[in-house]
Write a protein that binds this ligand. Structure first.
Ligand code: FAD
Ligand code: UDP
Length: 373
């Protein structure tokens, strides 16, 4: 069989590109994925108790991009959902990102009032301040607050998640969860937020249901690259694996999930509870909050970070750090030798800590380039 394109990976990046190429360019696409399902890390399914869960960890959709939202809205309706997270700090559950409500929950009212005033005077109401920046505050009491938040919210969590201290990572990592001088308890403030009404997998099925697209699961692209005829390839897997680790493996962090079904209608107050300073796990997610599913029981995922071993564990997180970026650049340079025959995109192929909307945005941008070929 002849294809115009071989796309490696049926996650967001691969699915968006397959859909665009098939529907807009009327070209034939073969999508292969080594896994037994489509959807990449966003894959969801009903567990043995009938609860909709996310196999590779909780996925909450949020974006400020109208283009990305409108694009995906062709394949799904949305259930409005605003993610809320509580962190366990000194025996209390307080909102994260740390905000004015967290401040009042943890400190005596008079003291909290004074800190609130200082935060607003120094940075302004409604402003987000990354923890590493707050730690540089000139005011002694603000520095005390920063150290308190650093110690109780960031330090232990980051050590578990990355085996690194917050300052050993690119500041953008802890900058994802900045101190928010506000009373808004939502985890994200993006314009568009929600969950695909019937789940991610159904959305992917609709994206890939085109006569020009054929999907082959349980297949590593190496098994077919010399068997099928195609003109060009889009690769969305790990870039270091593509080049047989010539420059050594790129570091990733992996995770292990423990799924627990409870015979309770509700296990925790919000979708996600973080445990920065206790336990070996970082967070517990209760899926029913996210999906809105009605069910007499509930399933939670407990998340244990772990080292990544190529070929053994799943490379969940690229590790944003200067030395890793330099190593990635070596692989990126190799891609230039392949000319316009192989294109690389996605969280693993770009080695970038993309959210779903960024993966979609990146794929749409690459499609723009491809359509001019
Ligand atoms: P992937 O989804 O990883 O897809 C790549 C695919 O390529 C995989 O299916 C893989 O099996 C396949 N593949 C790799 N190598 C080969 C090969 N040799 N042959 C064949 N197939 C191959 N983003 C959000 O916006 N909100 C969230 O709440 C959120 N939560 C997350 C939670 C966790 C625990 C993780 C790890 C990520 C989360 N993300 C979240 C990020 C989101 O998962 C990614 O942005 C998105 O999945 C990236 O899509 P992708 O297609 O680039 O990569
Ligand atoms: N983080 C933290 N404590 C928290 C939440 C987040 O230290 O309670 C830090 C940690 O380093 C984490 C990063 O902020 O890896 C980004 O958090 P996010 O929730 O965005 O991570 P993801 O959902 O991508 O795993």
């Amino acid at each position: 069989m002849k294809f115009d394109w071989l796309i490696v990976g049926a996650g967001f990046t691969g699915a968006v590109l397959a859909e665009r190429i098939a529907s807009q360019l009327d070209q034939k696409v073969l999508v292969v994925d080594v896994r037994d399902h489509i959807g990449g890390n966003a894959y969801d399914y009903y567990d043995e108790h009938g609860v909709l869960v996310h196999k590779y960890g909780p996925h909450i959709f949020h974006t400020n991009s109208r283009k990305v939202w409108d694009y995906l809205s062709q394949f799904t309706e949305w259930r409005p959902y605003h993610h809320r997270v509580l962190a366990s700090v000194e025996g209390k559950l307080v909102p994260v990102p740390f905000n004015l409500n967290s401040l009042y929950a943890l400190f005596p009212p008079k003291y909290a009032e004074r800190l609130e005033e200082k935060l607003i005077c120094t940075y302004g109401f409604g402003v987000k301040v990354p923890i590493l920046r707050l730690r540089e505050a000139e005011d002694k009491e603000l520095r005390f607050l920063a150290d308190y938040i650093y110690k109780n919210i960031f330090y232990g969590y980051t050590l578990k998640q990355w085996e690194l201290k917050p300052e050993e990572l690119d500041p953008s990592v802890t900058g994802r969860v900045p101190v928010y001088i506000s009373r808004d308890d939502r985890y994200f403030q993006d314009t568009y937020q929600g969950m695909p009404k019937h789940g991610y997998t159904v959305m992917f099925q609709r994206m890939l249901a085109h006569k020009n697209i054929k999907v082959l699961l349980n297949t590593d692209f190496r098994e077919v690259e010399n068997e099928v005829h195609f003109n060009r390839m889009i690769y969305t897997g790990p870039i270091d694996a593509f080049f047989d680790y010539t420059y050594g493996p790129l570091p990733y962090r992996s995770l292990r999930f423990e799924f627990e079904y409870k015979t309770l209608a509700r296990f925790q107050k919000v979708g996600q509870v973080n445990y920065p300073s206790e336990h070996n796990y970082t967070r517990i997610t209760e899926f029913k909050h996210l999906t809105g599913q009605k069910h007499h029981g509930t399933t939670v995922a407990i998340e244990y970070p772990q080292a990544h071993i190529p070929g053994k564990t799943i490379p969940y997180y690229p590790i944003p750090k200067e030395e890793n970026r330099i190593l990635y650049e070596l692989y990126k340079k190799e891609t230039q030798n392949l000319g316009r025959r192989v294109f690389f995109a996605g969280r693993l192929a770009d080695y970038k800590y993309y959210n779903m909307d960024q993966a979609v945005g990146r794929a749409l941008m690459l499609f723009g380039e491809i359509s001019k070929l």
